[in-house]
Write a protein that binds this ligand. Sequence first.
Ligand code: M6R
Length: 599
Amino acid sequence: MCGIVGYVGESNALPIVASGLKNLEYRGYDSAGVALSTDGRLDVFKSEGEIDDLELPESHPSTCGIGHTRWSTHGEPSDANSHPHTDCTGDISVVHNGIIDNYEALKNELSDHEFTSETDTEVVPHLLEETYDGDDLVSAVEHVVAQLDGSFALAVTAADHDGIVAARRDSPLVLGFCDDGNFVASDVTAFLEHTREVAFLEDGDVAALTDDSVTVRSAGERVERERQTVDWEADSAEKAGYEHYMLKEIHEQPQALRQTISGRLDVVNGEVDLELDLPEQYLQSVEEIQIVACGTSYHAGLYARRLLEEHADVRTSVEIASEYEFTGGRDPWRTLVVAVSQSGETADTLRAMRTASAAGARTLALTNTVGSTAAREADDVVYIRAGPEIGVAATKTFAAQVTTLALLTVEVGRTRGALSGDRASTLLENVRGIPGAIQQVLDADESIRDVAREYADSDAFFFIGRKLGMPVSLEGALKLKEISYLHAEGFAGGELKHGTLALVTEDTPVLAVLTDGANASETLRNVKEVESRGAPVVGASSLENAESFLDASFTVPELGGLEPLVANVYLQLFAYHVADELGRNIDKPRNLAKSVTVE
Ligand code: M6R
């Protein structure tokens, strides 16, 4: 996620804002920038790359500044796309986290303004230029944010304004108070060395910061936000109070997925807008979609295969990227190759993509990383917008990959005439429900921890599920083994009796996906098979009375067949708590790297 820090006070702003940016580095970023206002002048320094690459002056007289670390969602990482963004006069500067869904429409209305970037953010300073009369920046910001659709945390400074105005909707912002000034930031880490006195802004708030006052308004009325003292150490603040990045990222899933789908769904008409350049005729003539990916991304591909075959009526194969050269490249002219990769840098996936491309197939990269090699080399690209993932174990990016692939399914299905508007609307309504359903699972975190602790000393674990529950079983097992170092295997439920049942004992817990979308009643037969061998069974279930026949049961809210994606969050938490109980190095498991850039 992008990071924001702003300071106004009695001290020199430059070193404070610059060190705030360094404190936000852990969030991941591809560019950075600072705006400093002083005596009617605004100076902006920004560039692609590391904070250390920013060409900042040795000193600057300003006592009011805003800074930003950018993780690209619109437009490549570049100097021009870095924040802060300014209006035509260069006197108003803005930093932004989130996505402004209606930026194109707003930009069209600002045709007499000169835009210098490809970002959604840049509409904000230009809208402010239209509204701000040089007197009341707070009212101008209130007026502008009312025109924005989407999510945002904004910080604004202007050359002639003595302070910072900040606003939030669906993207966090926190205020910090100290003796010689006030802060606003996307999280407390940014200013922890200066103060632990904070107040969290709420959706709809607009805050006005000066060197000696902070006022907050909501819907035009003055409101008070409770001041609190945080007792976090810098390290835990980076993790928002969670013990590990993995746990933080698991809990970030609702917010990440809202970002994934933001501005892309037209539920009423059953349409999606992924800003793809795939010609209609081409999509109609495609005979096969080949998904190439590794590890967790491969499991997301397996999930998508079912969706594409069921809703878009297109034959879909999923190839382990490192095997693609032996199996892929069939009938390239009628094949769309979709490379799924969080990092966009996985060597095996890049190689598969290049093999497909050389054979003449059209390639589409589905990635989290703007400007990555996959994004640059593919014919088309769609971003999953999950924000940076720091834990080696992929969690929120799996959910965002599957969600984006569900949207791709709608696009392909509608274009091919395989999916009616009504069915597409229903599917999209369910996609829109994923963040809320995942939140319900997260709320049960403590009971999952208790069950995980109970089984943490087991010999081995088996995961079973069918249909959409099958890739989730594979993913559940992968998560557990990579961070706990325990033996775990995932299967299509029906496959267990063809060999692995021999390993099932009272010491091998079985985790079962028993939800809609996972053919629960058939999977239940497999549950009986393992129970009769004495194995304890933990279920993520939407079956009635599941607790009466399972050793532990976690309820998955209904979601029109997409439940297995939600059930997966139980498995993520289960893996996390087992590994935590065993004292493993969860964010950096042994022998593994976040991005595997060797074949
Ligand atoms: O960046 P990618 O999605 O291409 O990475 C592929 C795999 O290395 C990755 O999904 C890996 O399996 C996960 N980090 C495991 O949690």
